[in-house]
Design a protein around this ligand. Structure first.
Ligand SMILES: *Cc1c(COP(=O)(O)O)cnc(C)c1O
Length: 425
């Protein structure tokens, strides 16, 4: 056991004592100590495992674990990229929470966008056709038009309100029907059960980006989807400090996803996985506050003369309100409002000045992308060039995320912003 001390000092116990009894050289000692902890101490929340190397007691165990890991067996890991107790705990939690009532598995990704791209890589091949709603999250469109197109996978963008009419766009090679409800910036709701029923009948995988509703307000697997894509960065994390995504799938679809994850080397660290587990503990109470405050601010905006309409699915005025009532159990804090053109300068430079006056120097609303954290955010929705199947006809859009601040303070802040916008117009 004991190696020669490179300093040449005599071995402390004369070198002939049993290996375990000797105190090894410091360089060895520091590798040997603190490798295990007392597993009888049970804490309320799980410890964090940070690992690349996973150890085995025998070659046979290493081989068997390798086979189990390759086969996607739950909790099998030969290496940190395949998983640790911390990441497995989060994978199980996501499958159970997002897939409640269904037999699901979850894989972790370093961001929501990587969850989108990995899911598409897993289920679409060269020569396949993909359908995506025109209101899709912008970077997902860029991925479809970029890497997917480069691989010979064609994407057709469809009217998000198409419903069962999706049948007419299905081709013999349509492998993936992608959904996002409500749509990014414009908040169209999709008839998810109707679209998924068509996809299933035609042998395509249905896939939804379930960022908006969080697990609290939607159960996508009850709607019939095969794959739910979760930007955990948003409400699951809840504190604007962690990036992560996940793909949750029905059990029979697990192997292609796991295979893609392993081939691409996608993995997340234990510390970040811990942060998502931590956020999950409070997601229900946070969402109810986001919902109540969001609705209060949305209703106030509806009464403002500068606002043409508020695009919030839980408002009775929303064109898809009936679908929202049928499918969702609540609404989060993210919505848009459309400004009246006649309240704004007609020229582009004037419009930009007015938007800047609205968004800049607010006290609580800060300018920033992402959402789902504790804080309120405001950004203009620049979607003009993004839509192809259903060009945006309305006025300038502003998207807000209503955080956990007192809604009265948020309303006062927006009133200041609208006054500044009028003054600049
Ligand atoms: C933010 C967002 C994503 C991407 O999540 P990241 O973790 O930021 O990569 C995907 N879809 C929607 C609808 C989003 O809003």
């Amino acid at each position: 056991m004991k190696t020669e001390d490179p300093t040449g000092r005599p071995a402390p116990s004369g070198g002939s004592a049993p290996a375990r009894a000797a105190t090894p050289a410091l360089s060895s000692l520091v590798t040997e100590v603190a490798r295990r902890f007392d597993e009888r101490i049970v804490t309320a929340s799980l410890p964090v495992y940070r690992a690349s190397t996973v150890l085995f007691d025998s070659l046979a165990q290493a081989d068997a674990t390798g086979r189990a890991t390759g086969a996607g067996t739950r909790h099998a890991s030969t290496y940190g990229t395949a998983g640790t107790p911390t990441t497995f705990a989060l994978m199980d939690a996501l499958a159970e929470v997002e897939g409640r009532g269904h037999d699901c598995r979850a894989a972790l990704m370093p961001s929501g966008l990587s969850a989108i791209s990995a899911a598409l890589f897993a289920y679409a091949r060269t020569g396949d056709h993909v359908l995506m709603p025109d209101s899709v999250y912008g970077p997902a469109r860029v991925f479809a038009q970029g890497m997917l197109a480069g691989l010979g996978i064609e994407t057709t963008f469809y009217d998000p309100r198409i419903g069962a009419g999706i049948e007419a766009l299905m081709r013999s090679n349509t492998r993936v029907v992608y959904l996002e409800s409500p749509g990014s910036y414009t908040f169209e709701l999709q008839d998810v059960p109707a679209i998924c029923a068509v996809a299933r009948r035609r042998g395509a995988v249905s896939m939804i980006d379930n960022a908006w509703a969080s697990p609290v307000f939607a159960r996508p697997f009850d709607w019939g989807v095969d794959v739910s894509i979760l930007p955990l960065t948003k409400y699951w994390s809840g504190h604007a400090d962690t990036l992560m995504g996940a793909v949750v799938v029905r059990e029979p679809l697990w192997l292609p996803l796991w295979s893609a994850v392993r081939q691409l080397g996608i993995c997340v660290g234990g510390d970040d996985a811990f942060m998502i587990l931590r956020g999950l503990r409070t997601v229900d109470v946070r969402m109810r506050r986001h919902e109540a405050s969001g609705l209060q601010v949305a209703r106030w905006l509806e009464g403002r003369p500068e606002v043409a309409r508020v695009l919030h699915p839980a408002l009775e005025s929303h064109p898809d309100h009936a679908l929202w009532k049928r499918d969702f159990e609540g609404a989060c804090g993210l919505f848009s409002f459309e400004l009246r053109r006649d309240a704004l300068p007609a020229d582009d430079a004037g419009l930009e000045r007015a938007l800047a006056a609205l968004c800049e120097r607010r006290r609580f609303f800060r300018i920033g992308y992402s959402w789902g954290g504790f804080e309120s955010l405001i950004v203009p929705g620049r979607i003009g060039s993004l839509r192809t199947a259903t060009p945006w006809q309305g006025g300038p859009l502003v998207r807000v995320h209503i955080g956990l601040e007192d809604p009265a303070d948020l309303i006062a802040d927006l009133a200041d912003g609208l006054a500044a916008m009028r003054a600049a117009s």
